[in-house]
Design a protein around this ligand. Structure first.
Ligand code: UDP
Length: 432
């Protein structure tokens, strides 16, 4: 098949660990590559955020990244990108004249808007274009947890559910997301749950490990945004250090350099560490390339992932693939991926005492850590390889394409929807 991926803010080529570059970039890159290994041709459409980027870059065998002009050729926060989505849609639509995809798979709600806009336009002169969509995050969940701190544009409130209702197929990455989508009025029959995967050849238990300075080491990896709950992890580690536990915490992610003083979250965390009285036990390493992460995971007794909410969470998969037990908040994707008592332990989010107590009990029990770590690796091997994720995604694509071809997508989409045309935003409307 020829597959058009649209990932407006998350390019497979981006450096990971910054505010807007994390799991979605990894997902789009790895899924596209794994689909290409299965013989498909993939084109990933993303926004040009640098004037020097070539129009098209070969990313892997069978995978090209196409940079579309949509907004300034400079980094722009994803919450400010909506006005540029019509240009992104038009750019993708124009390229399809040459690429002629069989299907489009959009990632994140604004890419869904672009995909449906381009597909509707394509259908006027051509056959219907099937659209599969993956949300990666839902505005309704973000608002629930972040309230006034949520800087998403107000249009997300109606455009996002509209994407869910109008796309021909939805790939949800976990069961919690599927429940949320049902509540937004998305037809159960259009939803397929397929998790994100992990690179099992890169993230392995055997290999070099970063040297430690304390008896125990716990690790946090991820984009540094408040909802990741790293502040709670720092407080829990400080509490244990004050009780005399000889442990250290390494935090990976955030500003480009560890000594970057311009990253507000890194500064906030530095402040929490200093006030906790355990700053000497806490090392903020800044953003690191994926190539360096296995060495770090292997050096840890435990990986702590305690976000307030988590649409999926690839970091726990990476930890489990390296054979390290995960202490995870029982939220979102972590409910499916980390099995309480088998590959790690669940804790309530934002609960310093609960996290400290579970960490303490696991640090005290090496046999239990070994058991959880070995189970984690086995779980990743059996269910979370990108090859398996790509095979399941391909099955979903084929059934959507067959359904759309059978019904005529334009007709099917129009019939499933009240006639408000909300997703096909017009340039004038979007620029308001
Ligand atoms: N990551 C990285 N370097 C960093 C921080 C994060 O390579 O400094 C990677 C991490 O290994 C994982 C991804 O970014 O593959 C984060 O994905 P996850 O789904 O855990 O979180 P998200 O960013 O989607 O919220």
């Amino acid at each position: 098949m020829r597959i058009a991926m649209i990932s407006e803010h998350a390019s497979p080529l981006a450096t990971l660990g910054g505010v807007d570059a994390g799991g979605q970039n990894v997902h789009v890159a790895a899924l596209s590559t794994a689909l290409a290994r299965r013989g498909h041709q993939v084109r990933v459409y993303t926004r040009r955020d640098d004037p020097d980027l070539p129009p098209r870059v070969g990313f892997a065998d069978g995978v090209d990244v196409v940079h579309l002009d949509a907004g300034p050729p400079a980094p722009v926060s994803k919450d400010l990108l909506l006005p540029f989505i019509p240009d992104l849609a038009a750019g993708a639509r124009a390229d399809w004249e040459r690429f002629r995809p069989d299907l489009v798979h959009s990632h994140f709600w604004m890419s869904g808007v672009a995909a449906l806009t381009a597909a509707d336009d394509w259908a006027v002169a051509n056959a219907p274009m099937p659209v599969v969509h993956t949300f990666h995050a839902l505005g309704v969940v973000k608002r629930r947890h972040q309230g006034a701190l949520d800087t998403s544009p107000p249009e997300r409130e109606w455009l996002e559910p509209d994407v869910g209702r109008r796309a021909d197929g939805i790939v949800a990455t976990c069961s919690d997301e599927a429940f949320e989508l049902r509540n937004l009025g998305v037809d159960r029959r259009s939803i397929t749950v397929i998790p994100c995967g992990v690179d099992l050849d890169h993230f392995t238990p055997d290999g070099p490990a970063d040297p430690r300075r304390a008896r125990y080491r716990v690790l946090s990896v991820g984009r540094l945004v408040p909802r990741k709950g790293v502040g709670t992890v720092i407080e829990a580690v400080a509490a244990l250090a004050q009780q005399g536990v000889d442990l250290e915490l390494i935090v990976v992610g955030g500003g480009a350099e560890a000594d970057d003083r311009t990253d507000p979250e890194l500064e906030r965390l530095r402040g929490i560490a200093e006030r906790s009285g355990a700053a000497a036990r806490i090392e903020l390493r800044g953003r690191l390339p994926q190539a360096e992460l296995p060495t770090l995971y292997r050096s840890a007794d435990l990986v702590l992932c305690t976000p307030w909410y988590e649409p999926f969470g690839i970091v726990p998969l990476e930890a489990m693939a390296c054979g390290v037990p995960v202490v995870a908040s029982s939220v979102g994707g972590l409910i499916d991926s980390v099995v309480d008592g088998r590959t790690g332990r669940h804790v309530p989010p934002r609960d310093v005492e609960a996290i400290a107590s579970v960490v303490q009990s696991l640090l005290d029990d090496e046999t239990e850590r070994d058991r959880l770590g070995a189970n984690g690796r086995r779980r990743m091997l059996s269910r979370y390889s990108w090859d398996r994720v790509a095979a399941d995604t391909e099955r979903c694509y084929r059934s959507v394409v067959a359904r759309v071809r059978g019904a005529g997508a334009g007709v099917a989409r129009a019939a499933a929807e009240p006639d408000d045309g909300a997703t096909t935003i017009r340039r004038s409307e979007a620029r308001r």
